[in-house]
Design a protein around this ligand. Structure first.
Ligand SMILES: Nc1ncnc2c1ncn2[C@@H]1O[C@H](COP(=O)(O)OP(=O)(O)O)[C@@H](O)[C@H]1O
Ligand SMILES: [Mg+2]
Length: 379
């Protein structure tokens, strides 16, 4: 039996992948079909991070080929996941895009201590585990904690030559590339970064670094809504922002300000959604017991009120704190409820990036000349 590529393609045209309007041939998901004899290899590229949808696509491919072409065909499916690409960028209006970096996500919080760095680290580790190329830029000038959470706090980035220019090479662990404002200081030294100094260091870590190709760069912003935020948004085309909050009222009030900062006209960075951290306390040995010590579902209600997506909740558990201190994100502990919670959250974030890129033009790096126009940004 000799299989024909055209017959295979015709069969694949009957499959629609969940979340895509077109069939998988039309949508471009089928990258290649090779046949020899009764064997067929199908190369598929999907943008969905959802494992069940990917599995489903794989099963469907086998099924339609067996049903519609040849029931004994030996089918092999090569499935790759690619990050959803932003629309082509218009460089005239764009400020400075960073070559090779597809999606930049700012992680913000109104208040400090709500778990912004914890969420950033676990999101990054989960994205890497899903097969995405991920970088973290730790921009928290007040307390850079990403190096500790990735167990690289004693490392210092090396200088490498790229296109004849010296560039800083990010430190890598668990498949995540990291640069941190903390690499510029001694771990036990208190450094007060003044605005312009911090902005300069950040600019170097962004534009004079050898990040290579990245599907996602996550930026761990300092807490609050200060001028360092402005400086970052001025220099970078941020795809979208996520805001982390606990369910507690004081944190929610600040989270609201955080969302407002991104949404004001002069900044206009799409808010991908709100994440509720420390949603409830749960003892490891009694995972079904939930204690709502900071209040219940506050961040969820805030998301509803502000009409932005709610991305998910992470419980307060001792192992998350311990993993952070030990330098290995808790989401890497396989087959645990924590891993599952972060996977759920990460999928929702990627889904919102897909929605955002489908529906909105690329973000322009903002052009602000004075602080005066930015009421929500004043300290
Ligand atoms: N879901 C959680 N469960 C347990 N501990 C947490 C959780 N989220 C954060 N923490 C702990 O709370 C502290 C503050 O978190 P961190 O991520 O550093 O906050 P931020 O970056 O917002 O200042 C850290 O010690 C961290 O390990
Ligand atoms: Mg932090």
């Amino acid at each position: 039996m000799k299989l024909e590529k055209s017959d295979i393609l015709k069969a694949l045209e009957t499959i629609t992948v969940a979340g895509e309007g077109k069939n998988m041939v039309e949508s471009g998901a089928v990258k290649n079909v090779i046949t020899f004899g009764d064997e067929v290899i199908v190369d598929l590229v999907l943008t969905t991070p959802a494992l069940h949808i990917r599995k489903r696509a794989e099963v469907d491919v086998m099924k339609v080929i067996h049903e519609k072409v040849y029931e004994k065909a030996k089918v092999k499916v090569n499935l790759k996941v690619e990050a959803p690409a932003v629309q082509p960028q218009n460089n005239e209006i764009k400020g400075k895009p960073i070559p090779g970096i597809t999606n930049i996500i700012a992680v913000a919080s109104g208040k400090g201590g709500v778990g912004k760095s914890t969420v950033t680290s676990n999101l990054a580790a989960t994205l890497a585990k899903m097969g995405f190329k991920v970088g973290v830029l730790d921009a928290d000038i007040y307390g850079p904690s990403v190096p500790i959470m990735f167990d690289v706090e004693r490392e210092r980035p090396l200088s490498v030559k790229e296109d004849g220019k010296s560039k800083m090479k990010p430190i890598e662990n668990y498949g995540v590339k990291i640069l941190s404002i903390g690499f510029f200081t001694q771990p036990d030294q208190a450094v007060v970064w003044r605005g312009p100094m911090a902005a300069k260091a950040l600019n170097q870590m962004i534009f004079d670094a050898a990040w290579g190709e990245l599907d996602f760069m996550l930026i761990d912003l300092p807490p609050g809504t200060g001028d360092i935020h402005l400086s970052i948004m001025q220099s970078l085309p941020i795809t979208g922002a996520v805001v982390v909050s606990t369910p507690q009222n004081v944190a929610l009030a600040d989270a609201r300000k955080g969302v407002a900062m991104f949404q004001q006209d002069s900044i206009n960075v799409p808010v991908l959604g709100i994440i509720e951290n420390m949603a409830y306390f749960t003892p490891e040995e009694l995972p079904n017991n939930k204690y709502y010590i900071f209040g219940k579902e506050g961040a969820k209600y805030l998301a509803e009120d502000l009409d932005v997506p709610f991305l998910g909740e992470i419980p307060l558990v001792q192992s998350i704190r311990e993993a952070g201190d030990a330098g290995r994100p808790a989401a890497l502990q396989t087959a645990t409820p924590i891993e599952k919670a972060f996977e759920e959250l990460t999928k929702n974030v990627v889904q919102e990036v897909v929605n955002r890129n489908d529906n909105l033009p690329p973000t322009e790096a903002i052009k602000i000349t004075t602080m005066a126009g930015c009421s929500a940004v004043k300290k």
